[in-house]
Design a protein around this ligand. Structure first.
Ligand code: ZN
Ligand code: ZN
Length: 174
């Protein structure tokens, strides 16, 4: 038994939403997706083939995480689906957005400050701006989503899970 952290060789953090390729190398799903979009030259480690259906196949159950328990966290940030429903941010983005939101509220409370009320996040190699005044997520290439913060037990329990599509593009089954 090894006590070593299972580290992603792209972001050097513990693997989040671990995704394995046929060559058996595994990465965070979002890191791998970013790498594929940046250069589709195969597995980042061995250049082994990447299945074409890596996007369509991305389901929570394939990652050993069949469901999302809304109440597992104290807060959850969501962004709207292209046509309907809501996607949850990955855990790391969830934490980054919440921390930025808290400091935004704090600055607001103290009056003044030049906080723009937004935070930039990187999702699979693309930059997005999450804005707390407009409650939107926008990208430089024109993608535009609404965002939502569930931050109480009532919010989290009251959210209709049928509207939850999954985490960061990885689908849950309803
Ligand atoms: Zn990673
Ligand atoms: Zn490989």
């Amino acid at each position: 038994m090894s006590s070593e952290v299972d580290e992603c060789s792209i972001c050097l953090q513990p693997k989040e939403l671990k995704w394995a390729l046929p060559c058996n190398h595994s990465f965070c799903y979002l890191c791998l997706k970013g790498s594929i979009e940046a250069n589709s030259s195969g597995c980042p480690i061995c250049r082994g083939p990447i299945p074409n259906d890596v996007y369509e196949k991305a389901k929570m159950k394939d990652m050993g995480a069949p469901e999302i328990e809304m109440e597992d966290v104290d807060y959850r940030w969501l962004y709207s689906g292209r046509n309907s429903g809501w996607w949850a941010y990955s855990d790391s983005h969830n934490r980054i957005i919440e921390a930025a939101f808290k400091s935004f509220l704090q600055e607001d409370l103290l009056g003044g400050g030049d906080d723009t009320g937004s935070v930039n996040i990187n999702i699979y190699g693309k930059n997005y701006t999450v804005n707390f005044t407009a409650m939107t997520q926008t990208s430089s290439h024109g993608d535009w989503r609404n965002i939502k913060r569930l931050a109480s037990e009532e919010d989290l329990e009251g959210f209709d899970e049928k509207l939850l599509k999954g985490i960061a593009g990885i689908q849950v089954e309803h």
